[in-house]
Design a protein. Structure first.
Length: 318
């Protein structure tokens, strides 16, 4: 991750992880204890051994000088070995910690959801790149803020209950059930629909020491769902229109047939014949309407053609 804070834990959390694995105080005490035991044993037994084997005063003085230099050399060697071994342990622990942080950074940078972590006081300690983009705050700007200052909810028109506030103690924050709300990004105008889920961060020694908030932008998903519902509604209306058109077409068939038979029995040019012709033409227009309904229900292919506007207007006037 980028930046000095690009870790799931802050610097204080990272120190707690390191010292819980290998205590610096424990290393110092262990080194001092081993050195003290070695030095005490050397002082206690070295003079006795020399006096037992060396009786000449001059030779004893020379042996004590060599003993002193040998003690310095052995002490330096012992300290070197102890410090080197403990340093290797620390390097191994820190290397493992860096690898864990690197893996965690890759995961947080790769997921498509916004992830915001807080400390035990509810202050923001981490924002992944998606959270930065969603809220409009860079991580350096968001660190130390409250969740409520980063995430501003708007009241949905179709919802009577306001969304829960995120500015609350972490013990209460983790009790919030996942919810959906409208969110206004920093500097944004159009609200975005998001889902919010909160979980606690715990360790074995101190219990709850922070929270992690996962936010997912579901604006496009909700729009697709609404379009799908609209399409399904239109499909249902089309099926209903197709059924009505078929039934209406059956009725028109009888009306048009009877109108033609009536016209055959009447004198051409008579008022009754004219009225029978109007019935037939009205039936034709109704049949055209049924064909349009069938096109709407997609049970008939749309046929494009030219229309004489004068004829249509003339028919309407009649």
């Amino acid at each position: 991750m980028r930046g000095t804070h690009r870790n799931l834990v802050t610097k204080s959390w990272r120190d707690k992880v390191v010292f819980s694995a290998v205590s610096a105080t424990g290393i110092a005490l262990r080194t001092a204890l081993i050195y003290g035991i070695f030095g005490g044993l050397w002082i206690l037994f070295s003079d006795r051994i020399l006096h037992f084997f060396v009786t000449d005063p001059e030779a004893l003085l020379f042996a004590q000088t060599l003993k002193g230099w040998f003690y310095v050399a052995m002490t330096a060697l012992l300290v070197f070995v102890l410090i080197r071994s403990q340093t290797r342990v620390l390097q191994k622990v820190n290397r493992a910690l860096r690898e864990r942080e690197k893996d965690l950074s890759i995961v947080l940078d790769s997921i498509s959801d916004a992830v915001i972590a807080t400390d035990g006081q509810g202050r923001v300690a981490l924002l992944n790149p998606v959270a930065e983009k969603m809220t409009g705050f860079r991580e350096s700007e968001g660190i130390g803020r409250t969740l409520g200052s980063l995430i501003t909810f708007s009241q949905e028109k179709r919802s009577s209950a306001p969304p829960p506030t995120l500015d609350r103690p972490v013990e209460e924050l983790i009790e919030i059930e996942p919810f959906e709300a409208e969110f206004i990004p920093r500097g944004g105008v159009e609200p975005r629909k998001i889902t919010v889920a909160v979980a606690g961060l715990r360790d074995e020694s101190e219990g709850l020491f922070g929270t992690v908030v996962v936010i997912r932008d579901v604006t496009e998903e909700r729009e697709l769902r609404e379009r799908l519902l609209h399409t399904q509604k239109m499909e249902a209306i089309g099926q209903l229109a197709g059924g009505v058109a078929h039934d209406f077409n059956n009725l028109l068939t009888g009306i048009m047939g009877n109108a033609e038979l009536l016209s055959m029995t009447l004198d051409e040019g008579s008022e009754d014949a004219t009225m029978a012709g109007e019935i037939a033409r009205a039936s034709e227009r109704a049949a055209t309407l049924t064909r349009q309904l069938l096109v709407f229900s997609r049970k008939r292919k749309l046929e494009m053609g030219s229309v004489d506007v004068h004829v249509v207007v003339k028919d309407v006037i009649k």
